[in-house]
Design a protein around this ligand. Structure first.
Ligand code: PLP
Length: 380
């Protein structure tokens, strides 16, 4: 573990030491069930409710409520469950969405819901003209992620949401904010979204905890029935250690947001320059000034990303060929939607940074470039 250079932070991140301490605290000394009535449990309830309040503040969300649940996958599914969709209703989902949105949308087709996918531009952002052309009176939901977990492309959510709401203010707007929260400024009052989804393990918090933040005017229809926790909307004893860990991780990320952003921007920029200067035929995906500095997606035609990944693993460098969730599939609908051809898709890798580790970019870039050259040599 000592010598691993971990560059797959879009898949998950390591818990911060202070987050680990908090998780430990609420797993041991303060392990009580927040629904119990003795003093220790009442204190745990107070801490949990404070965490909820502070998270809403950190999100600039004065018109919203926040529900703790097991992560972003559950939150995205809960949104669909809450829409009260009927056969003939239409939903518009960006083709770049995470599988927890994309696959759920496809599932909705089985009950007669019309699902239309919004195209992407070549830089990975949502094609706003395509969205406009697909809006009609049947549309009940538009779902558009903030930052792509595959490419780092950042959507102008405020603008997109405004377009949708101006067309019809009753349309629900859902935003998967997993790769944005704690990394770029997020203010839900300003964005105007109905639903916002986040997950702790992408920001150095624990796995298995996330939140659905929803406009107070919107109804939530629970997926689970049981003890009635979370105002009857998400039954099951609260994951207090996870919630307090999420809170600590979020506070740390947002307190250090600007410094972290600058640090990671430098890393990405330096790395990009080295890759381009190496003349290895690399194409930088989602290469525009607004893309997230945390994620770098590269296509190298005529090599296999998977082979490169395993060769780099031999040097202790961990990267990904795309999102961890889609790594079982050889296709990549997102890069294809951006216009990448088959060989470019096959040769795509994702490098994702964190703002905590010290990276020796010279060393990492030279290892990656040399390995690509070696692979290309084998092909030619
Ligand atoms: N949405 C995005 C954009 C993600 O990157 C991820 C993580 O893979 C998820 C949703 C799913 O998050 P979770 O692991 O909390 O279910």
């Amino acid at each position: 573990m000592e010598n691993i250079i971990y560059l797959d932070n879009a898949a998950t991140t390591k818990c911060l030491p202070n987050v680990r301490d908090i998780v430990e605290k609420y797993s041991n000394d303060f392990f009580y069930n927040p629904s119990s009535v003795y003093m220790g449990a009442v204190q745990v309830r107070k801490d949990l409710e404070n965490a909820r309040k502070e998270l809403l503040n950190l999100l600039g969300a004065s018109n919203h409520k926040l529900l703790f649940l097991s992560g972003a996958t559950e939150a995205n599914n809960l949104i669909f469950n809450s829409l009260n969709l009927r056969a003939g209703d239409k939903i518009l989902v960006s083709v770049g969405e995470h599988p927890s949105v994309y696959n759920r949308a496809i599932k909705e087709r089985e009950r007669g819901i019309v699902v239309d996918f919004i195209n992407l531009n070549s830089d990975g952002t949502v094609d706003i003209d395509d969205l406009k052309s697909k809006l009609d009176e049947k549309v009940k939901l538009v779902s558009c992620m903030y930052v792509s977990n595959e490419t780092g492309a950042v959507n102008d959510i405020k603008k997109i949401c405004k377009i949708v709401k101006s067309y019809n203010s009753n349309i629900c707007f859902a935003c998967d904010g997993v790769q944005s929260f704690g990394k770029i400024n997020v203010n839900l009052d300003m964005l105007g979204v109905d639903y916002f989804v986040l997950s702790a393990h992408k920001i150095h918090g624990p796995k298995g905890i996330g939140a659905l933040v929803y406009n107070k005017q919107r109804k939530i229809v629970p997926l689970l029935y049981g003890g009635g926790q979370e105002e009857n909307l998400r039954s099951g004893t609260e994951n207090v250690a996870g919630i307090m860990g999420l809170h600590a991780a979020a506070k740390h990320a947002i307190d250090n947001l600007k410094n972290n952003f600058d640090r990671v921007s430098n890393l990405k920029q330096n790395f990009k320059i080295k890759i381009i200067d190496a003349n290895i035929g690399a194409i930088i995906n989602a290469d525009n000034e607004t893309s997230s500095p945390y994620i770098l997606s590269i296509s190298i035609p005529n090599i296999r990303g998977e082979v490169l990944l395993h060769m780099l693993e031999g040097y202790g460098i961990y990267i990904s060929t795309g999102s961890a969730c889609s790594s079982k599939h050889s296709d990549n609908r997102i890069l294809e939607a951006m216009g990448r051809n088959k060989t470019e898709v096959m040769g795509s890798i994702r490098i994702s940074f964190n703002a905590i580790d010290k990276y020796d970019i010279d060393y990492i870039a030279s290892k990656i470039i040399d390995t690509i050259k070696e692979l290309k040599g084998k092909i030619n």
